[in-house]
Design a protein around this ligand. Structure first.
Ligand code: SF4
Length: 118
């Protein structure tokens, strides 16, 4: 039995998940069942990081995946962003890396970044 806190809403229900049947108890709503079962069966996270930025006032661009990826892939995906260079101007949601390491998730810009005036 795995114990975890549901993070879907601020109530933070204490969940207990059977690691064989994925049956969830301790939830106050159905979203807790979905979260608890997925967290034990196939935990997923959104990757957030920064990449090098050129021709802008700032030197780093905040980026994130446009969908969650398997938790076991987080370190490899983060490493794959090392050395990636984005060039301004950039709009929020622009794809920086498509299909990051075959996960099906795109790495996208987290904000607008105008071109630096020279
Ligand atoms: S189980 Fe439902 S009520 Fe409880 S923390 Fe999760 S989402 Fe919120």
């Amino acid at each position: 039995m795995k114990e975890l806190t549901c993070i879907v809403c601020p109530r933070g229900c204490a969940l207990r998940v059977d690691e064989v049947t994925f049956q969830v108890t301790g939830n106050s709503c159905s979203r807790g069942v979905e979260y608890g079962a997925r967290e034990v069966r196939d935990p997923q996270r959104t990757l957030t990081t920064t990449v090098i930025l050129e021709e802008a006032v700032r030197k780093r661009l905040p980026v994130k995946t446009d969908r969650t990826i398997q938790k076991s892939m987080m370190a490899a995906c983060a490493a794959a962003t090392n050395g990636i260079v984005a060039t301004a101007p950039i709009k929020v949601g622009d794809i920086i890396i498509e299909n990051l390491l075959g996960t099906g998730a795109n790495l996208i810009a987290g904000c607008d970044m105008p071109k630096r005036k020279s």
